[in-house]
Write a protein that binds this ligand. Structure first.
Ligand code: SF4
Ligand code: MG
Length: 331
């Protein structure tokens, strides 16, 4: 149960002309070897920015302003005052942490052949002979379920699902320990999604990979994750193993997300929590619990006190004043 990634109080802010956006506002989590942490939330929740912070890819005008990212025992942020380290360490990190992004149409260079795409990280990180590279490309294609004769083709000759397999092969080429999956199947046809998720699961158990999975789709996160974190306006508001989260959600926001994802059912209606209003502007987030303007259970203290993320039952954390007295209030 080795922890390979430990994030503590991470804060990534965007310094825009209209104000500071706390895209990631003090989140903490751990990821163990061979496991998946799924982070779910609406767009604007900060889930992608969490991933990009770890990858050292925060775009301008964003900056990591606080917290720590500990990867295999080293704080990535300590090395150079708030930003990611550089040089040789950065190259090692990039070999050990890879990413697969949402859009397999734009993430693969259309002018490169598949074998060049897959070999590129390998060549950057290791000194290998041409024949060794070729052998590894052939092996990686087979590992992701593509025929070796695909090596000399170009990305446009493939379907979305096949392209995502190519992106996965490329990510695997440096034998990473951690792969960040940012919406890995949301651009794919529904009929293809399960195949890609099953491939990712197989690869995880074969290579003991850890995944940080970013997704807005609850079913994807439920299927893939050992632990699920729910993000709202830059914070994790609830965290639990998926079975616990999906059968016994505590936070009103999580319960609303789950209700919204279920097909309408007359007998369920009374329990449903409907989300009122839009996600508020992250430039001027509401005080106290940032969910309070939309929460059907809002109490007086909710607009004043920020609820802490507390473990009320084993491995199940919630940031909500409803549970503050230890008991589960009936709501
Ligand atoms: Fe709702 Fe208050 Fe809980 Fe926030 S802290 S989710 S406003 S009950
Ligand atoms: Mg996103």
């Amino acid at each position: 149960d080795e922890v390979i990634l430990r994030v503590q109080d991470l804060q990534t802010h965007f310094f825009t002309r209209t104000g500071v956006v706390k895209a990631v506002d003090g989140i903490s989590f751990e990821l163990k070897r061979g496991e998946t942490l799924g982070i779910v939330g609406e767009s604007g929740s900060g889930k992608s920015m969490t991933a990009w912070s770890i990858l050292g890819m925060v775009p301008h005008p964003g900056r990591i302003v606080g917290g720590s990212i500990n990867y295999l025992g080293e704080n990535l942020l300590e090395k150079s005052r708030g930003e990611h380290f550089s040089g040789a360490e950065r190259r090692n990190f990039k070999a050990s942490v890879q990413a697969v992004f949402q859009d397999p149409w734009s993430s693969l260079n259309p002018r490169m052949r598949v074998d060049q795409i897959i070999a590129e990280p390998l060549i950057t990180h290791q000194r290998l002979s041409r024949s060794a590279v070729r052998a590894q490309v052939q092996e990686l294609l087979q590992v992701v379920g593509l025929h070796p004769f695909h090596a000399e083709r170009y990305p446009h000759e493939f379907s979305g699902g096949q392209r995502q397999r190519i992106a996965i092969a490329r990510a695997l080429s440096t034998r990473p320990k951690l792969i960040v999956l940012d919406e890995p199947v949301s651009a794919l046809d529904v009929s293809i999604r399960a195949q890609i998720l099953n491939l990712l699961k197989e690869l995880q158990s074969t290579y003991e990979l850890s995944y940080l999975l970013i997704a807005h789709n609850l079913a994807t996160v439920r299927y893939m994750s050992h632990t699920v974190g729910v993000m709202y306006l830059g914070k994790i508001v609830e965290e639990a193993p998926p079975i616990e989260l999906f059968t016994n959600a505590q936070h009103p926001y999580t319960r609303a997300l789950i209700s919204a994802s279920l097909p309408a059912h007359p007998r369920r209606q009374r329990e449903e929590i409907v989300l009122a209003g839009e996600v508020p502007s992250p430039i001027n987030p509401p005080a106290g619990c940032t969910f309070h303007p939309r929460c059907p259970f809002v109490m007086e203290r909710c607009s004043a006190d920020v609820p802490a993320l507390v473990e009320y039952t084993p491995r199940h954390f919630t940031a909500c004043h409803l549970y503050a007295d230890g008991g589960k209030n009936t709501c």
